[in-house]
Design a binder for this molecule. Sequence first.
Ligand SMILES: [Zn+2]
Length: 279
Amino acid sequence: MSQSVYVRSKATGHQHQKCYLAYTNGCSTKITGEHCISHNLLNKIERLNKTIDVLGLSWLPKDQLTSVGKKSLVSNVLCSQHNSDLAPLDNEIGQLVEAIGVIDAEYLNQNAMSLKFKVDGSGVERWILKTVLGLVHSGQIRQQSGLPFGTHSKCAELLCVPHARWPTGWGLYVSTKASKVYHSSSFELLPRHNPDTGVLLALDLKFNGIQMHFLMGRPDLPSSFGTHRPGALVFRKGSVASIIELSWPRRRAGPPVRLTHAGTYAGASPDHSFAKPAQ
Ligand SMILES: [Zn+2]
């Protein structure tokens, strides 16, 4: 559970110049090669899909899902201490993506059973923060001009402190707009930023085809992003309903988001043009 995930500050008194959590004075002397999109998630995508199809990194073609190798997603932006402090967050996102995949696979059966999973939503939010900071500090995502994105100073605090107070309107939204969800096993991430300051305001994310938004600012119209911190994702197929309960310790959960399974589709998400470069 993510509640136990915390970063020990001032434990070592050391600041590693390459670690983006150096300001906490809790670094080790060693920098680690870490996947800035978690290894756990990459493995699950690869197992379901055979390839890892990613959209949204600065070195990939724009608006095109592209197969990438896991090695190309390694960066050196955390020291070994902070890397191991934050490693348990990777389980939260792994559980969510796995649950979506298992439900989807079950619904391929004619007599599909209803399934139930529990995932810590707060842990997923902190995993997204870890991913944002890793991608920004490694330069995997950057502004179109080539300049790095800025991040709100609150982001690192929310990542490090499990019970930190989140500003109003920040956090995870699950889109309720999509009439159809294509469960392609891919990961999509599109940064939105303030063009004047370069500061990141939001990420549009897709996990296995489900559209979510992660906000690092207060939206003018929250409902346009979907349901804030839904208490559950409900997947219906005929009379069968499967549920992924999302827990939000010490926070009010939004209403469940309901998705209907209309059929199966083995191809790539038709939302985007799809290119697989020669391997
Ligand atoms: Zn460190």
